[in-house]
Design a protein around this ligand. Structure first.
Ligand code: CP3
Length: 341
């Protein structure tokens, strides 16, 4: 197989020009995505329709020629396949039947229902069949803490307070939920790899709201358990960890998690990031608002990252997802600048 630029980074090598992809590169800022979205009855229907989801995965590749495609799906399909009822309120966000009591937890499935996720594996096979060989296909899941925070509250909640409270008030119930999600994540990621993804990313979007001791229990240990479980079956498949807001804990993630790449959020200082990069390849971390703003702010933000991290193993990315209001011309400007073309 032809080598992708991402594979060189996974091996710890640098590229003359770093490869680039963007978290949430498929989505509402693209008119072709909005047209596709209008064809599906709901966002989850879009995720579970292999033809439409494959098209959504490929749209940003066609338009911008990114070095990686990311499977079009959502982190909340995992709780959906564990039997938690999930839906998306248009213009608002996810809703789930809350799992905040022992009774609600007992009603969950013991094992993730991979049959329910079959359309997602079919999406992967379809994308893989048409994606140019020099472009990597990424699979993903949400980290247990982040997924649990939506499951406990039944929705996104300020500072994920409901899940943090449950973890203090009923640690054994919360631990059981996290462990259920660890096992589900391992099976789900392994099935994505079997279907054809080249690497996987674990999104811990809410890692940053926890005190240190809680971070170790609910983010760091589960991350390592998932990495160990996936590597036991697929030792060669690279894993990108993205513990957003983990700050000083990133050192621990780089040093002693089994992840192959450390994803950096927008707040990470580039000098600190350069230190991490001596331990592990890094990915990130342009401010999505700099991309939205465009102009000189975008160029400056891009150049800072290229100057400080471009000499080592780097996957250029945002520090969080593309915002829906982002002008397409700004994404084009970013890609040109990173490629110096
Ligand atoms: O990156 C990509 O382009 C691939 C697809 C992808 C989506 N969600 C599509 C999506 C990925 C990797 C995700 C991950 C995800 N989903 C995360 C982790 C990353 C992050 O952003 O922190 C989280 C926390 C979720 C849960 C989720 N999904 C929320 C909170 C929302 C509502 C907020 C919003 O942006 O609307 C979603 C919906 C969602 N997921 C949309 C898309 C394209 C928008 C829904 C629509 O188009 O109707």
């Amino acid at each position: 197989m032809d080598e992708t630029a991402l594979q060189r980074v996974f091996r710890g090598e640098s590229n003359a020009r770093p490869p680039i992809w963007l978290m949430r590169q498929a989505g509402r800022y693209l008119p072709e995505y909005r047209a596709l979205r209008a064809k599906a009855a709901s966002f989850l229907d879009l995720c579970y329709d292999p033809e439409l989801a494959a098209e959504a995965t490929l749209q940003p590749i066609r338009r911008f020629g990114f070095d990686a495609a990311i499977l079009f799906s959502d982190i909340l399909v995992a709780p959906d396949a564990l039997g938690a009822k999930v839906w998306f309120e248009d213009g608002e966000g996810p809703r789930l039947a809350p799992i905040a009591t022992a009774e609600a937890f007992a009603a969950l499935r013991r094992e993730i229902d991979l049959a329910r996720l079959a359309p997602i594996f079919e999406t992967i096979r379809r994308v893989k069949a048409v994606l140019p060989r020099e472009i990597a296909l990424l699979g993903f899941c949400g980290a247990p803490w982040t997924v649990a925070s939506y499951m406990v509250a039944g929705r996104g909640a300020p500072d994920q307070a409901p899940a943090r409270l449950l973890a203090y008030r009923d640690p054994s119930l919360f631990r059981a939920l996290i462990e259920r999600l660890v096992q589900a994540s391992i099976r789900y990621l392994c099935a994505q790899i079997e279907a054809g993804v080249d690497a996987v990313q674990i999104f811990d979007s809410w890692a940053g709201v926890l005190p240190s001791a809680e971070f170790r229990k609910w983010c760091f240990a589960p991350l390592n358990d998932i990495v160990a479980g996936v590597k036991a079956r697929w030792p060669q498949t690279p894993i990108i960890a993205f513990p957003r807001g983990a700050n000083q804990h990133l050192d621990e993630v780089a040093r002693s998690s089994g992840a192959d790449v450390v994803g950096l959020d927008t707040s990470v200082d580039l000098g600190f990031a350069a230190g991490l990069q001596r331990l592990k390849p890094v990915q990130g971390n342009l401010d999505p608002l700099a991309l939205l703003a465009g102009g000189a702010a975008l160029d400056r933000g891009t150049d800072d990252i290229l100057d400080r991290l471009g000499g080592g193993p780097l996957i250029f990315n945002l520090g969080h997802g593309v915002l829906p209001q982002t002008p397409i011309a700004h994404v084009e400007q970013l890609v040109r600048r990173v490629r110096r073309s």
